[in-house]
Design a protein around this ligand. Structure first.
Ligand code: FAD
Length: 319
């Protein structure tokens, strides 16, 4: 069976955790061939249980410190060297800002086709077939790489992680980083203050608030916490200074695809939809029955979010 490379997405600190998106990538990789995880960082041992749990047959560990001292160029160069050795049939990378930049640079280096933001990947004749949601979610496209090694960035929640216990062997891999790749050095790196909530792009459930909150995100956060959800915000809420930009959902914010998206006090402008309309189930709470958000919801509540959300929180907390 052919090898499928999966770039491990994990928090940077020693003992750092493997992100849920990696479990999803490994699950997808198993449909296509033998999943081989590529771990860039200093503590591969901490990552091994999670990688083995989702079926990695082998872990290639790249611990050259230069890989984390610079921005993405060295990582693309390192993956190129791994690909030259492993000759994979596909390379899967998380669809976040860093992942997409690495994938693009790698595609140029390998002279390969690149597909970004896949929401599904299946095995097909002559290579993986991906599904993407394009033009602000108005079209669903199936695509296939026709040149070189398919490089695919996959959005969070594109697959449900399936456990397949393995005991992967670890292979240390020495990479050489060229001076040309060492052009942008990281001078400082601070993790964002922890909220205790799941990361927005990875969360299975998101509760977002908009201008309709009037600046009070308390009911949105309380409902999110009752469900173990992440909190999102519309641009109107962010521009008003009610919530940080890191939580903005939409065209100029994050693109999310959770199992459940709850939009509270959000009208449903096209730019907001662009970031959330591939969510599996969409619920809206809006006091205006004519609000455009109701055109795309699975369930809608016409009402004041300041009353609906606390009632819903109470109900969920009781169970
Ligand atoms: P509004 O459109 O003002 O809607 C507020 C809603 O709350 C209304 O439907 C109202 O009926 C309802 N409401 C009011 N009070 C209550 C209450 N008590 N209970 C229940 N409902 C209530 N927007 C984004 O979100 N993300 C983006 O990334 C983004 N990028 C953009 C990029 C560009 C280039 C441009 C031009 C715009 C972008 N926008 C983006 C802005 C977008 O066009 C909208 O202006 C924005 O999404 C509106 O946010 P909102 O729905 O919170 O506010």
């Amino acid at each position: 069976m052919s090898n499928v490379l999966v770039l491990v997405d994990h928090t940077d600190n020693p003992g750092g955790t493997v992100r849920k998106t990696t479990a999803e990538l490994l699950t997808i990789a198993r449909r296509l061939g033998e999943p081989v995880a590529v771990f860039i960082g200093s503590d591969v041992q901490a990552a091994l249980p999670a990688l083995g749990q989702y079926g990695a047959t082998k872990v290639i560990a790249l611990s050259n410190p230069e890989l984390s001292q610079y921005l993405v160029a060295p990582k693309a160069e390192a993956l190129q060297q791994v690909a030259a050795k492993v000759e994979p049939s596909a390379i899967l990378i998380s669809s976040n800002a860093e992942g997409k930049e690495i994938a693009a640079r790698l595609a140029v280096k390998l002279d390969s086709g690149l597909i970004t933001d896949a929401v599904d990947v299946q095995a097909g004749d002559g290579g993986p077939v991906t599904t993407q949601s394009v033009f602000a979610g108005n079209f669903t496209v199936q695509a296939k790489v026709t040149h070189g090694t398919p490089i695919i960035t996959v959005k969070p929640n594109a697959a449900t992680p399936e456990v397949a216990e393995t005991s992967p062997e670890v292979e240390e891999f020495d990479v050489t980083i060229s001076d040309a790749a060492k052009t942008a050095r990281i001078t400082d790196s601070k993790p964002r203050e922890a909220t205790g909530r799941p990361e927005l792009t990875e969360a299975a459930i998101i509760v977002s608030g908009g201008r309709g909150t009037g600046g009070d995100f308390g009911p949105v956060e309380a409902f999110a916490d009752s469900l173990g959800a992440a909190v999102g915000a519309s641009r109107a809420a962010v521009d008003s200074g009610w919530y940080p930009h890191a939580y903005q959902v939409g065209q100029t914010g994050k693109t999310v695809s959770p199992q459940l998206y709850v939009a509270a006090g959000i009208s449903g402008a096209i730019q907001h939809r662009a970031g959330m309309q591939t969510s599996k189930t969409i619920v809206a709470i809006n006091k205006d029955p004519e609000a455009p958000i109701f055109e795309l919801v699975d369930f809608g509540v016409v009402g004041d979010l300041h009353k609906v959300l606390p009632t819903a929180t109470e109900e969920v907390t009781k169970r």
